[in-house]
Write a protein of this length. Sequence first.
Length: 551
Amino acid sequence: MASAEQTFTLPFSLEALTSLSPAQKIGAMASVAFGIALLVGAWMWSKSVDYSVLFSNISERDGGQIIVSLQQMNVPYKFSESGGAILVPASQVHDARLKLASQGLPKGGLVGFEVMETQKLGSSQFLEQINYQRALEGELARSIQSLKAVQGARVHLAIPKTTAFLRDEQKPSASVVLNLYPGRALEANQVAGIVHLVSSSVPQLTPASISVIDQTGNLISQTQDPLRDAGLDPTQLKYLRELEMSYIKRIEAILDPVAGAENVRAQVAADVDFSQTEQMAETYKPNPSQEAAIRSQQTAETGSTSPGATGVPGALSNQPPAPATAPITTPAAPGTPGAAGNATASAQPLNSTKNATVNYELDKTVKHTKGGGGVIKRLSVAVVVNNRKVTNKDGKVSSVPFSATERGQIEALVREAMGFNKDRGDSLNVANVSFTVSEKEVVPPLPLWKDPELVSTAREGVKFVLLPLLAFILWRKLVKPMIDDMVAAHAAAKKQREMELVEAAIPKVKEMGRTQRAFEAKLSGARDLAKQEPKVVADVIRDWVAEGDGK
């Protein structure tokens, strides 16, 4: 079975290399080595991978577990120059984070209440208290880290031992260390929220006993706030700014049709009283007699009808009459004491008393007043109106101020728009001036080599274009000229060798010519003999064949 062999022939041979001079050999080898190194470097650069941060500022324990997991997932990694971050290829950052999160990494170095699940049998009360404090600190740190601006947090609690003596009792305290994201800051209400979160999680812990510092060591829990010193909280300040902006918009909206858009500037300063007052008053007024209303009336009258003493005072008048008579059987003589004629006089009352009490309704007024916050005490308004633009017959634009009448109308409009109140002490100042047009800063266009998107696209394109282009340039400028030189040298050497062979073969060719001519003469004679004596020729051939079979 025949097999086809395929051979690859180089455009030059070892003989061509050996035919080069030493300087040419050294130059050729240096060129080939430089070209190979350049191609390998370009190929490695095109295969380079951009690394991004996977995790930073993690504990050593979490870092070791993350490295082991990355090795198991065959994810390449490296460390940053400072060693504070783990870097992985940018295309695998999100995938690696999700896979590590499914494994519970990183744990953040915080221990929560899960430490209570691994309590050993026979633990002392002191150890249990320490584990509880560690768990509470970890849970508080996790809650604080849920804030967007907080990258990391640590909480330290100082919980004293309980005692039965009040004079020996100590209050707990706490310290919070925050690691904020770059460029982030906590507002006052967020710091107050962290303080109240910690104070509400520990019994008898007051907000005044909590210190909060940031990663630079600044105390941010007791920072002086000018708004609080003025008695204003952020909500009240926001209301004040919105109130002032509403007045500004109302003034500009009513003057824009008069002066034109962008030709009015207004500023309002409002003095707002946010204090809340509560007042209760009772007022009593005298009642007019004709409109008096009787509430109650009481009258009491008494009299005495017992007879008093009669006659001339003395002993004679107190003696009984000489003839003793019985009052029933012997009537008294007229004119004598006890007679019937004196009965009427002795029966009239001698003493009488009369009392009357009248109660009238009181004119009483009860007034309960509760004042809400946000009362405007005073408004100060300043308005600047640009001059009117007038175009003359030549088409030139000039700035002309408003007339006195027009300025008065503008001021009246502003008074109505702001609700000017003289009794409240409001002030208004309207000025008509020419605005100074500020030249806009011309921002030069961003050069193409500084455009982030273009640079990123170019980097990706260079990886696929530079390597073939570099290989082509090396082929045309380095490898191909060298090969051409070697091929030309090989061809010249081959031609020289052929010439030498030809020159060496000329004598042999001449001798072969003479021998050939003698052979042709003998062959011609044999042909003639065969034509003339075919039988003899046949016998000779038969003898040759027989001799060959015998051998």
